[in-house]
Design a protein. Structure first.
Length: 93
């Protein structure tokens, strides 16, 4: 089965809901674009994909799931595991 951006983005939407993070990476505030800190979103470059997390209002990001851009299947599998870990942590808390 081929992994698509749509499948990855559905998992990222679930991750944002699960963590109480903003749904979109950017918001318009006082006529300016401001990054929604905490938002997880998909990045694509170099033929691969990566999950970025907004870290500051200027748009700085971290890559909490993989280092750099990787094939879609690899990211999807890591993303599903990342989400499962968060869900398990919430159940144990």
């Amino acid at each position: 089965m081929r992994i698509t951006n749509k499948q990855i983005e559905a998992q990222i939407d679930h991750l944002n809901k699960l963590t109480g993070s903003p749904e979109t990476p950017w918001a318009r505030v006082d006529g300016r674009n401001t990054a929604n800190v905490g938002n997880y979103h998909l990045s694509g470059a170099y033929g691969g994909v990566c999950v970025h997390r907004m870290e500051n209002t200027g748009g700085g990001v971290s890559t909490p799931i993989s280092y750099g851009h990787v094939p879609k299947r690899e990211l999807y599998e890591k993303l599903v595991s990342f989400i499962a870990g968060i869900e398990t942590g919430k159940q144990l808390a």
